[in-house]
Design a protein around this ligand. Sequence first.
Ligand SMILES: Cc1cc2nc3c(=O)[nH]c(=O)nc-3n(C[C@H](O)[C@H](O)[C@H](O)COP(=O)(O)OP(=O)(O)OC[C@H]3O[C@@H](n4cnc5c(N)ncnc54)[C@H](O)[C@@H]3O)c2cc1C
Length: 407
Amino acid sequence: MSIDTVHPTGRVHVVGAGPVGLLLTALLQSIDGYSVRLYEKRRDYTRTRMVQLAEYLVASSVESYCADYIDGENVEAVFDPAELAEGLAFRESIPPDLASLLHQWSLGFCPLNDIERSLSALVDARGPTNVERVTAVMTAENAMAMLEPGDIMVDCTGSKSLMRDYLVPSSGARESSANTANIRLEYAIVVTFLYGQAYDCNEYCKYHKNAENPTYKFIPAVGRTYYDGAISHVTGIVNISAAEFDAMPPSFDGTWLRANFPDVAQSMDRFIGKIKEETHGEIIGDLEVVRIPLNLYRARNATSRQWLASGAGDHPLSHSPVFLVGDSAIGSPYFQSISLGFECAMCLAGLIARRDLPLREMFDRFELFMYKQWLRVYMRSKMIKHNKDLFECVDDPLALLEKLHIY
Ligand SMILES: Cc1cc2nc3c(=O)[nH]c(=O)nc-3n(C[C@H](O)[C@H](O)[C@H](O)COP(=O)(O)OP(=O)(O)OC[C@H]3O[C@@H](n4cnc5c(N)ncnc54)[C@H](O)[C@@H]3O)c2cc1C
């Protein structure tokens, strides 16, 4: 049996109901002729992190889509005008219930679990539906075993993707990085806290508030500081070494940080002290700290197209196409991944909706789109990291000059 001859069943298995799996499900739900099975292992949406979606997600023209001051030009360089126009046309076709949620989220900063709960409620509330929800921890073996020839599977299981490394046929044992290209940009702690006054930040503020922090610098994310009328939600990161990363638990509070890494904590406390001097507010509750490796990675194959070439006709991935979407396909630090994942979900939903599209073309078009998204996010992330490196040694001209490569 070959993927070229198999008849599409119209059944799509979406594995992982995080923000991206849910958005994809909501998009497929409105396409005639498809049924979706959505698999999720969690029973509740409880993640507390605040996230921000990019404005380009709801752009209504090529100009507004390319208005982002960091990567607007890169987008114009990488994507053809016709590709951008096609993406915008798909956005226009998004049903109003979903479009209004996207608009709402792109205005500011919101809890990740609000996004997940609202999408989940929207999928459930749409009435007689072609979506079946399954609570289960999927294994790759189960996932492959349930595929009928002609079914589509979309892996939305996040950074520890279920299927990523199965997409490359191999004769022996599966290698854990068979299909993953990973660039470790740095290790960092991410500190979030609530502050009882309006507080906003820009590059000058980052500089002045770090004046006495020669080694560790607390860098708040500009544009991710949100004031809801009574409380500011502040997030910042501090670069740490690999050894420090290894010595920290995955998450902890400010007290633990002060007791165990006083120098790192001091940079954060000095910064917060200056916020208080300026705005006369107080921290509400405790600081939440997580340590994360800031990885920039991609699946070299975001589809099961390699199985087409392998000729292994009896393997499930030879007769059922698989796609990676969201963090399972591309991961980027510096708080941009959900928007990227949403864009990829829109692209795939647009391709799936085109029933006349031969599967090989669908694979090629999705792979090309994902590669372009990768170029875009790679350039963006490297530029942010470079700027961050310069900022961290801005008071040391020789160290600064060493980091400049002009010709
Ligand atoms: C501190 C922090 C702050 C962030 N801030 C931002 C931000 O401001 N903006 C932004 O865009 N991004 C941000 N991100 C990144 C963002 O949270 C992720 O990019 C996003 O959650 C990825 O969505 P996803 O749906 O692809 O994957 P996930 O959110 O990881 O969802 C995957 C889903 O699959 C389920 N699953 C996994 N394995 C299985 C299995 N075997 N069987 C069944 N179900 C399974 C999981 O339970 C989960 O529900 C931040 C990340 C961190 C750590």
